[in-house]
Design a protein around this ligand. Sequence first.
Ligand code: HEC
Length: 86
Amino acid sequence: MNCARCHGQDVLPNPVAANLLISLGSGGPISSEEEFFEVVNEGRPARGMPGFKGVLSREQIEATYAYVKGRAEKRIPPGRPARPPA
Ligand code: HEC
């Protein structure tokens, strides 16, 4: 809801902003959850990314990190998750 308009639906690359599949992939510039937290909180105002401090809670940013990291490591495919077997 907050990130896709710049970083792409399902984190699929979008020319507007950094490709987070690369940023959080192996050897990428965002190598820890703490760095991710910092960028999301403070934003990169000079480069066009707003900060989300006061908008997203720590838990919401952690959940976003877990998802983006899983996408970057190809553990989570794009699209909606499959329903668990009944
Ligand atoms: C208005 C557009 C916009 C929105 C919305 C936005 N970002 Fe960004 N984001 C950017 C841009 C542009 C950059 C590249 C900044 C730069 O070049 O340093 C960036 C950079 C980043 C980076 C650092 C990538 C790197 O390689 O250094 C992370 C992590 C990130 N965004 C996560 C998020 C998350 C998570 C959200 C949603 C909570 C979000 N962004 C919402 C525009 C946006």
